[in-house]
Ligand binder design. Structure first.
Ligand code: PHE
Length: 328
């Protein structure tokens, strides 16, 4: 005799106990798999006396259908439980802070140049630019630099041809400005300059300057001093002390060097002076009518002092580990 009710009860009990999809799969194999009691019983129907076969087969098939239906139901239940738990646990937390993507920025020299420009723009200066390939006249002659000046020698200047060179400062831009407009003038001239220097920690054959020029009636050394005081305190801190030392440039008279207090000592920051009357004459201004001051600073030097950069070459190596220290 085949006890189909017991087979059904056993299978349903196992199915109810299966708590996840893996366990249910094991129950499927144990209840309707090839070697499970129910299929074995179905195969054994053929061995029953002929008059019992119909009834037993029908009943066992009903049991199998009932077991399979229950397996499918349980399978669906477990799947929806699994989905619900995934949804509950794998939720994205939209309140978490975002993760910034790495991005580039402005080079520290560009940042420094723009800061210097901003200070002068606030004072009412205009920005003037000029070519890097210049004439000997604009770079030297108009600036009262005599032919025998050492700066003109092949050892200092990169000559392109007779009378043409790579500018050694941005002062020739000031010459161009003065030749093209009448006073009053208040400009700064930022740009790249070239000198025949051997590269080391403080020298580079290519570097950058911001030079400035103010020409008007009654401009004095006091105006220059006040301007430099304002600018250097903006750049280095209001607590800095300033010191003007006498210096020499062919195009200014008197000429000064500006030092900024640095710890116990002083740091030279820029050169300046009152525009030499010869320069004014060269560009067609009347030195009896107008006077002016000029100044020039190296952008690399300012950046190095402000940020404690020990070697000018770091500014040109494009090492991201260095550049990333100046985010902007
Ligand atoms: N032209 C000078 C230089 O390149 C800087 C400077 C400019 C000095 C204006 C005085 C006045 O060194």
């Amino acid at each position: 005799m085949i006890d189909s009710d017991a087979l059904l009860a056993d299978a349903l009990e196992l199915i109810a106990a299966a708590s996840d999809r893996e366990a249910l799969e094991a129950v499927r194999i144990a209840s309707v798999g090839r070697h499970a009691p129910l299929p074995l019983a179905l195969r054994a129907v053929g061995e029953l006396p002929p008059e019992q076969r119909g009834e037993a087969g029908k009943r066992l098939n009903e049991v199998r259908q009932a077991v399979e239906a229950r397996l499918a139901e349980r399978q669906a239940e477990l799947e929806s439980e699994a989905l619900a738990s995934t949804l509950a646990n794998d939720r994205s937390d939209v309140t978490l802070p975002g993760r910034a993507l790495p991005h580039g920025g402005l080079h520290v020299l560009t940042q420094t140049r723009r800061e210097i420009e901003q200070i002068f723009l606030e004072l009412g200066y205009a920005i003037a630019e000029g070519p890097e390939v210049e004439t000997e006249f604009n770079n030297f002659t108009a600036l009262n630099i005599p032919d025998d000046h050492p700066a003109k020698a092949d050892s200092d200047t990169l000559w392109i041809s007779d009378g043409v060179l790579l500018r050694t400062h941005t002062s020739p831009v000031q010459v161009r400005v003065m030749q093209s407009q009448q006073p009053p003038v208040a400009v700064i001239c930022p740009g790249r300059v070239y000198r025949r220097d051997t590269q080391d920690a403080t020298h580079s054959p290519i570097f950058h300057q911001v030079e400035g020029l103010v020409i008007d009636e009654g401009v004095t050394l006091a105006h220059l001093k006040g301007t430099l005081e304002h600018v250097t305190k903006r750049l280095f801190g209001q607590e800095r002390k300033l010191r003007l030392r006498s210096g020499f440039f062919p195009f200014t008279e008197p000429s000064v060097e500006l030092d900024v207090s640095w710890g116990d000592g002083w740091m030279e920051v820029l050169g300046a002076g009152m525009v030499d009357p010869n320069v004014l004459e060269h560009v067609g201004y009347d030195p009896e009518q107008v006077t002016g001051f000029a100044f020039g600073m190296g952008i690399e030097r300012i950046a190095m002092l402000r940020h404690g950069i020990p070697d000018i070459r770091m500014l040109y190596d494009n090492d991201v580990r260095f550049l990333a220290q100046f985010p902007a």
